[in-house]
Design a protein around this ligand. Structure first.
Ligand SMILES: [Cu+2]
Length: 136
């Protein structure tokens, strides 16, 4: 009988710990998101999209270069057509937007390499709507 009570207590402690862990995880996630918006080490790139290329400061399909560990913010606006900005390796994508609309995405460039960013609408990537994100 005592053993049974003991097991019930242990089960309750484990359950409580699980709930504590879950709520702690949510809070941590929010803090990370806030840091992304307000942190001083966020590297922001402003791009536009059209049929079928990305533009940044007059440069077509620009190379985006950051350092490993940087927080990256992509501010994307469609000037003509329906587009988004996406890079698979960081699971990062803006909303899909129509001409005149904007969307942004923030992520941490936590691994080195050359990664292709692209527009995921229809055949846009095949039509040249892509570029490289270089993490050094
Ligand atoms: Cu597109």
């Amino acid at each position: 009988m005592n053993k049974k009570v003991l097991w019930i207590i242990i089960a309750l402690v484990i359950l409580a710990g699980g709930f504590y862990f879950l709520s702690d995880g949510e809070i941590t996630g929010n803090v990370v998101a806030d840091n992304l918006v307000e942190g001083s080490n966020v590297k922001t790139f402003v791009l536009t999209g059209e049929n079928f290329k990305f533009m940044m400061n007059g440069i077509e399909s620009p190379e985006i270069k950051v350092k490993q560990g940087d927080k990256v913010r992509i501010e994307f606006t469609s000037t003509t057509g329906f587009h988004d900005w996406k890079v698979d390796e960081f699971n990062a994508a803006t909303e899909k937007v129509n001409a005149g609309e904007s969307s942004f995405i923030e992520f941490t460039a936590d691994k080195k390499g050359s990664f292709e960013y692209y527009c995921s609408i229809g055949q846009h990537r095949k039509n040249g709507m892509k570029g490289n994100l270089i993490v050094e």
